[in-house]
Ligand binder design. Sequence first.
Ligand SMILES: Cc1cc2nc3c(=O)[nH]c(=O)nc-3n(C[C@H](O)[C@H](O)[C@H](O)COP(=O)(O)O)c2cc1C
Length: 168
Amino acid sequence: MTDTLPDRTVDADGFRRALAVHPAGVVVITALSEGLPVGLTATSFCSVSLEPPLVSFYVDRSSSTWPSLRTADHFAVNMLAGDQADVAARFARKGIDRFAEPTRWRPGPLGAPLLQDVSAHLICLPYETREVGDHILVVGLVAEANVRGPARPLLYHSGRFGRFVAQA
Ligand SMILES: Cc1cc2nc3c(=O)[nH]c(=O)nc-3n(C[C@H](O)[C@H](O)[C@H](O)COP(=O)(O)O)c2cc1C
């Protein structure tokens, strides 16, 4: 005999605890909005499609960065390297200028800020956005990709930042 489908969803605490076990790479999404740099840390980044080349991330509906990000004509994905936990923490902090010192960045080819010393940058054009639950799915068409080298990635797991260790 099979169980019937539950008519309830997991409670928020159980959901959070289970998802914390799932490790994720860390990126900072940046854009230039009305001449000002904006950006936020995200672990919801992933690849979507090869042809056309699409990537995605989810942004919280309550994000104060989203209204600026949504009006930008392109955005950058900055893939953080293993020694950039401080950058990840800074771009998740409210009430500060995330682009002030000690953040090191430069304007990209189309204007969106590119963070220094990251593993790779993607320059993306808005492709689709969709409301999903309490987040907004943002899909970007990748116009340009630059890899800096075989840097190790920054990971996030169980509420902590860490580094990737390859098996011997
Ligand atoms: C490791 C980590 C991963 C995060 N991933 C996301 C994410 O995928 N989407 C999102 O909307 N917020 C994410 N956040 C939270 C945002 O970075 C943070 O709430 C945001 O920068 C708050 O500022 P804002 O209101 O200016 O957007 C993450 C935070 C951390 C520390």
